[in-house]
Design a protein around this ligand. Sequence first.
Ligand SMILES: [Zn+2]
Length: 428
Amino acid sequence: MRILIQGAAVIKRPEEGVIPQADVVVEGRRFAGIFAPGGAGGDFDKVVPGEGKLLVPGFVNAHTHLPMTLFRGLAEGLPLQEWLEQKIWPAERKLTGEIVYWFSLLGLAEMIRTGTTAFADMYFFMEEVSRAVEEAGLRALLSYGVIAPTPDRIEPELKRAESFVREWHGAAEGRIRCAISPHAPYTCGPEVWKEAVRLAKEFKIPVHTHISETKREVEEHRERHGRSPVQWLEELGVFAVPVLAAHCVWVDEKDIDILAAHNVSVAHCPSSNLKLASGIAPAWAMLQGGVNVAIGTDGAASNNALDMIWETRLAALLAKVRAEDPQAMPPPEALRSATQRGAQALGWGRDLGVIEEGYLADCVLLDLGAPHFAPGHDPLADLVYTACGADVEMVMVGGEILMEGRELLTLDEEKVLARCRELARKFR
Ligand SMILES: [Zn+2]
């Protein structure tokens, strides 16, 4: 299959600005070249008109829990611990594989519509999540979330996590990769972490976890262990493998140095951190300290959207307030965190995240015709500060078009919505 995306403005790499007009050729799963308008020779199986549109690398949601679309709007106004203990965990006990499958499809439909092409997810019933991802056509780093507060839970939980990796790592023609996920330092002890590292080494996969999300969690950890969660994990040897750490809201300078010195990526989830009143992560300080900071929405129960363009805007704005500097996280840096750095965080850094010959063809086309894109002085600033997911018109993952003209091609959206509305009734 040879596809021409014709005449769009193109952001190849955010740090290089915007090419006003170009022809982008996709062959098979990868980009085959970027040419001046009319410069791409040969025949095409398909031409996607791009005039008046902006082509950007696909957004990478570096941390979410897809099936939690079920809980959107179900438990509002609570801090993290109460939210989990009183609302989310009891509701999760009522989950079945079927429910997880349908609400994963719902989340995937929302992600495609808002320009996400790849994401990292940790949850339960991951076989069902994987099945949904396989059908929808996105790229994902998936893992079973290990929660082992008591010693008897350790072995069965790790077994489940490992058997999921054995079954799904590399599935869907390589679009699905797996991680190993101790949920957090406060839900998993040293034994779990050490075994997770062993598995990560054996399968050459990353560890995906939550670190230092709330002040209370970090204070309790310091009381119990005499050091921060980041320092504790480093001493346990966890950072010897690539780690994707969600949140990192309450990290100090020493923590940031440790994260930067190892192959640790942070999934900055600003909406979730604001909504649960967890705080504002020092995303710009981490980036400047050399940490690979990506952006995630977290689950829809604590966001409540899965719109990565909104999330990027929020990250860019909060970075300025936190750093007290309007130059903090300028649009190109925000966009890099939402694309390239996300790809690196998911372990796809070498062949994903930019629009260049040889890279996997994951990209989205935004319609610039709406009033909020006029007059168009700075399309990069417009994309980060003005756009929203609903501006996305075409989505491509690995050369396959998942949405065109705002119509989903891989999912029956009406059926997904109807089924989810019906299944949600028993959770009210
Ligand atoms: Zn999370």
